[in-house]
Write a new protein. Structure first.
Length: 394
């Protein structure tokens, strides 16, 4: 079975029942690390580093208060390392023992969290993480047989060994990701770099007073990517299946796999992509649409963006049923002048994942171009499938 077979509503129903037959209690971790509201950022980061966490819950006498997320505090570069957890914590969706697994997957997508708190009343009783869901996928045959190329992201940002570390960090912040591949001049994968490597390095340094200094964004010495990246990273072939991908992720405790064809980078597959597939199995009456990265100054454009998105989704629905659409907006100043928009999108329609990217000075025009690209990709896929069937019947 491939991802294309997920467009069969009966097959979707079977997968949904298999996933949601598992309970939160069966997959959650009952042992977990937590911090108190009075703990300081320097100690919190130490826990994250030592236990390879990107979020840690804040608990007061067993009562759940919130979550400290590295992805969130990274945006506050100049915050003091003496800052306490109670001023850093954010709200993320909470899970109960009755929450369906497909709904948890959707929570993880729109909160971009690595783990969610499981609560009973106001008490924290466990943690459900992306890794828990990946392990679940690895036990379901229909998921394991899906090919990597069917759900990988083809639009990939990368860095080269000689690039400044600051450039890599900026890409991570702009795209809201925490790991990116490193390639040589022929686009062959030779390394990978993420926030884990940056934290490990800077924790060996002394006299760091702010998060910006800890992450290297205020370090006077320019560091190159090659000095910190993990060499010879684990990769996966584009024709391998999801069973192989999940096994590599679980065995090596990693969330990102560069996808290669003859050693060249052709895509990337992450835990997020797999969890997005789980969320697509959830029964819903409307398409789940999420837009992230939008500045407050640009929110007045939402009605125009919604209009462009709705028009193209209507066209797509005539070909394949769309389940989820996630769009991330990045805003940057390439020449220090007027801001430019980079809009990337991932559409799950008919069980197939389509990804595209568009760059323009105008956000509405960029979104329109992105959605048209996704519509063209869906149309082309449908035509290719029809042609394949015609050849098979000859």
């Amino acid at each position: 079975m491939g991802a294309m077979d997920l467009e069969d509503l009966k097959q979707l129903s079977i997968l949904r029942s298999q996933i949601d037959s598992q309970t939160v209690e069966q997959i959650m971790d009952e042992e977990f690390k937590a911090v108190s509201p009075e703990d300081e950022l320097v100690d919190i980061l130490s826990i994250m580093r030592n236990f390879k966490l990107h979020e840690v819950p804040v608990v007061d006498g067993g009562r759940y208060l919130g979550m400290v997320s590295y992805g969130n505090i990274l945006k506050r570069k100049n915050i003091s390392l003496e800052t306490k957890a109670k001023t850093l914590m954010i709200k993320v969706p909470t899970v109960t023992l009755e929450t369906p697994i497909t709904q948890i997957a959707e929570y993880i997508i729109y909160s971009n969290a690595r783990q969610l708190p499981v609560v009973k009343g106001n008490r924290l009783i466990g943690i459900v993480s992306r890794s828990n869901l990946i392990r679940l996928v690895s036990t379901i045959r229909q998921f394991k047989e899906i090919k990597v190329w069917e759900i990988m992201s083809e639009v990939v940002d990368y860095v080269m060994p000689g690039d400044d570390l600051d450039d890599a960090l900026e890409i991570m912040r702009r795209l809201d990701v925490r790991t990116i591949p490193v390639v040589d001049k022929d686009e062959r994968v030779i390394g990978i770099i993420g926030m884990r490597e940056v934290i490990d390095y800077n924790y060996r340094e002394k006299n760091r007073q702010t998060l910006g200094e800890l992450t290297g964004t205020k370090t006077p010495v320019k560091l190159r990517v090659e000095s910190l990246c993990v060499e010879n990273p684990i990769t996966i072939g584009w024709e391998d299946d999801l069973g192989t991908a999940t096994s590599l992720m679980v065995k090596n405790d990693i969330s990102t796999l560069p996808v290669t064809d003859n050693e060249r980078l052709v895509g990337i597959i992450t835990c997020y992509d797999i969890i997005e597939l789980i969320a697509a199995c959830r029964e819903r009456d409307v398409v789940y649409v999420q837009i992230t990265g939008l500045d407050d100054d640009d929110r007045y454009l939402m009605p125009a963006l919604d209009k462009e998105i709705a028009e193209e989704l209507t066209k797509i629905a005539k070909i394949y049923t769309p389940q989820t659409l996630t769009i991330h907006v990045s805003k940057y100043n390439p020449d220090g002048g007027t801001a430019k928009y980079s809009v990337s999108g991932r559409l799950n329609a008919g069980g197939r994942v389509f990804s595209a990217k568009s760059v323009d000075w105008d956000l509405v025009r960029s979104t329109e171009d992105l959605m048209e690209k996704l519509t063209d990709m869906v149309t082309e896929t449908k035509e290719q499938r029809i042609e394949h069937r015609k050849r098979g019947s000859r």
